[in-house]
Design a protein around this ligand. Structure first.
Ligand code: APR
Length: 238
């Protein structure tokens, strides 16, 4: 922990990279934690893709209305707010996130790159007409044009938003400290950013309850404390 605190103090360009583990302490399940992950209950290959949206619309909609109702129940926790304070004070440059809960921007971070989109936007898959989140939550899933309304998140098999991806690539290349918070780093192309940073001379820190494939490239790995504990403890030392 002291080493991470020192690295943060010495860094002039820190980028944070978050996964679902950042939001479990808000109450949201992550995807792959042993016996607690979302994909233990639902099968992503059956649901989180465009094929299911088109050919299994009812179950697809049920699943995403469930996920939206879950996200609506919870909110950003102290750790998200610490990251927002750190951006305001210049301690970190920005956040690259795989999360779609928008908790980082809710907490006040501005330079947030949402690689997988977010549940902030809903639109018709056919005509692209936008719909309010509440409309979807209340059960409307068919557009006036007859198309299916879907969340503005990246489904498996879809491309990541080009401009967001480019911004994240530039930030990762310029970082001198790249901190991963709560990701199994098992989904590409998002999982390439820690290595891009490392290859461009950045220090790499991974804070994750379970081991990842990238731990061997990391300068510091923290597994014995939760993300919220780590952020609170470091914030007190800065
Ligand atoms: N503190 C530290 N680590 C935690 C905590 C916590 N409080 N809670 C969970 N973790 C760790 C888990 O051990 C797990 O390894 O966070 C990691 C979360 O990994 P995943 O569940 O795989 O989530 P993520 O890496 O974000 O998944 C990437 O997969 O399904 C797709 O699009 C979805 O964005 C998601 C992507």
């Amino acid at each position: 922990m002291d080493k991470l605190t020192e690295m943060l103090k010495e860094s002039s360009n820190t980028i944070i990279f978050t996964g679902a583990g950042m939001s479990t302490e808000s109450g949201l399940p992550d995807f792959r934690s042993k016996d607690r992950g979302l994909w233990e209950k639902f099968n992503p290959s059956e649901l989180a893709n465009v094929h299911a949206l088109v050919h299994n619309t009812e179950e697809f909609t049920e699943f995403y209305q469930f996920r939206l109702s879950e996200i609506n129940k919870y909110e950003a926790h102290k750790g998200h707010h610490i990251l927002a304070d750190w951006e305001k004070s210049g301690r970190i440059k920005g956040i690259i996130t795989q999360n779609v809960d928008a908790f980082h921007s809710d907490a006040g971070n501005e330079n947030v790159m949402e690689l997988h989109g977010s549940f902030r936007v809903f639109y018709c898959h056919t005509c692209k007409k936008e719909y309010a989140r509440d409309v979807y939550l209340k059960g409307t899933s068919t557009c006036d044009c007859g198309g299916t309304i879907r969340p503005g998140i990246v489904l498996f098999g879809e491309n990541l938003p080009e401009d967001t991806f480019r911004r994240a690539e530039i930030e990762a290349k310029n970082a001198d400290l790249f901190i991963v918070l709560g990701s199994s780093l098992s989904v590409s192309p998002a999982n390439m950013f820690p290595l891009i940073a490392k290859e461009h001379g950045s220090k790499l820190v991974i804070v994750n309850r379970e081991p990842t494939e990238y731990d061997r490239f990391a300068d510091v790995v923290i597994q014995d404390k939760s993300i919220k504990e780590v952020l609170i403890e470091i914030d007190q030392q800065l």
